[in-house]
Design a binder for this molecule. Structure first.
Ligand SMILES: Cc1ncc(COP(=O)(O)O)c(C=O)c1O
Length: 456
């Protein structure tokens, strides 16, 4: 009989799969190292197991101990699987920008998950780096994994992923392209491939995929850690606002940055055009590969590594409402009805002339809106927006207790569903912050400055 003793024995030996459609414009053979075949559906199973086994070997992890880690999900899954088989408890700390699916999946495999805010400095006590470190110090018999600086991360790829790629390509690989987060994958695979190629008098170029909002590319090119480059981004799994010890910049030949929009679009395209239902960093990797086109020639064998599975992104990159909200769908916006497409199923928030201003303020806060049409028994007769409120508040601090009709402005202009985008934009000005669309069923919807800006 041929079977594995436990799920951990099925980690590794993933297939190499040719890309056929998306990379047609490239002159070379492009092969993907398809890591979703690992039991936790990502490449991270490899390094999770290696980190645990190395910690067991030198006593950092003791029997019955608790594994603590800051993880965006995939490392957590690998650690959780190993924890189950080997008898450890897991506590994971995640940033709140991560998909809900990722959090739910970790809870499904028995881990405790602590969620932290994304938009704080790494050394802020609320950041996920700081919280994981603190939990590591406070929890008895615990081991803080620290995948960013833990050398077993890179070692796992040097010992398994790198040799597999070398064997599967029969030593013909000429380029390795991969998204960079902790740096474990690129550094481990990159150094193994470069070492083997050198032994045989060949070369392998190693390219990292970075994202806008991350420090890697500039640091690699200039040696400058530029804090101005750090800002929140949407792409998941790659890019950092720190320099993890696992990024070995000396084995990386160059980085290319991929936008959030391109990464999301190519994540969808991989599924629809190659039948490869993969995570967001795979989309970024393919787009990055296309950006590097001029570096490849006919006889090259380019290996791109795909980290994780699409199921973790069904509420995001595979959800067209989510994509539309971020302007990631290349839909034509030419007429008024296009501008309200992503909110036309929502109820139009209004207030009545006789209501108190306090009610309108409450409603604006609840619905997170800056303006609204005002109605009386005959229909829409006025408008109220933030600047009206502020203006009246300056001269009358008791404004909240007045009726809306005392301070409301003129009603917003009404356009037809077919009115051209240019005409709608012309109607919006400092004095007039919105336009209403006649839905031809007795109802109206609102187009705000924000909708026009989103269309841009
Ligand atoms: C989906 C995904 N892509 C890419 C990466 C980056 O891999 P590495 O940390 O080995 O650089 C990660 C790691 O967190 C990941 O989870």
């Amino acid at each position: 009989m041929n079977y594995a003793e436990n799920i951990l024995e099925t980690i590794g030996n993933t297939p190499l799969v040719k890309l056929n459609t998306l990379t047609k414009e490239l002159p070379c053979l492009v092969l993907s190292k398809y890591e979703t075949f690992n039991p936790g559906n990502s490449v991270k199973d490899r390094m999770a197991l290696q980190m645990i086994e190395d910690a067991e070997a030198d006593g950092r992890l003791q029997p019955g101990g608790t594994i603590i880690e800051g993880t965006s999900g995939n490392t957590g899954m690998g650690l959780a699987l190993a924890g189950i088989v080997k008898g450890y408890k897991c506590i994971f700390v995640m940033a709140d920008k991560q998909s809900k699916e990722k959090i739910d999946i970790l809870r499904a495999v028995g881990a405790e998950v602590v969620v932290c805010p994304t938009n704080v400095e790494p050394n802020d006590p609320r950041s996920y780096y700081s919280v994981s470190k603190r939990l590591g110090e406070e929890t008895p018999n615990s081991w803080y994994v620290n995948q960013y600086d833990n050398p077993s991360n890179c070692k796992a790829h040097f010992l398994s992923t790198g040799p597999e790629i070398w064997e599967q390509t029969e030593g013909k690989v000429t380029h390795f392209v991969v998204g960079v987060g902790t740096g474990g994958t690129i550094s481990g695979v990159g150094s193994y491939l470069k070492m083997r190629a050198k032994q045989e008098g060949k070369t392998v170029k190693v390219w990292g995929i970075d994202t806008y909002g991350s420090v890697f590319k500039k640091y690699h090119e200039t040696g400058i850690f530029d804090e101005n480059e750090i800002y929140p981004y949407i792409t998941e799994g790659i890019g950092e606002d720190i320099l993890p010890k696992n990024v070995n910049f000396s084995v990386i030949d160059g980085f290319t940055k991929v936008t959030d929009k391109d990464a999301a679009i190519y994540t969808q395209r991989l599924a629809k055009e190659e039948g490869m239902f993969l995570g967001n960093s795979a989309g970024a990797a393919v787009k990055g590969l296309l950006q590097l086109k001029e570096h490849f020639s006919k006889d090259d064998v380019v290996v791109v590594l795909f980290h994780d599975h699409g199921s973790r992104y069904v509420g995001k990159m595979f959800n067209n409402d989510w994509m539309r909200d971020r302007g990631f769908l290349d839909e034509e916006i030419t007429i008024a009805s296009d501008l309200i497409k992503n909110h036309d199923n929502k109820h139009l928030v209004t207030a009545q002339t006789e209501e108190l201003v306090a009610h309108a303020i409450e409603r604006m806060k609840t619905h997170k809106i800056s303006q609204m049409p005002i109605k009386d028994a005959n229909g829409i007769v006025g408008s109220l927006d933030e600047s009206d409120l502020l203006y009246h508040f300056m001269s009358d601090k008791n404004i909240a207790n007045k009726t809306i009709k005392e301070i409301m402005g003129k009603p917003y202009p009404i356009v037809k569903k077919q009115t051209k985008l240019e005409e709608v934009s012309k109607l919006i000005s400092k004095a007039n912050t919105a336009v209403l669309v006649d839905l031809e069923n007795g109802n109206h919807h609102i187009i705000t400055k924000y909708d026009i800006i989103s269309a841009i």
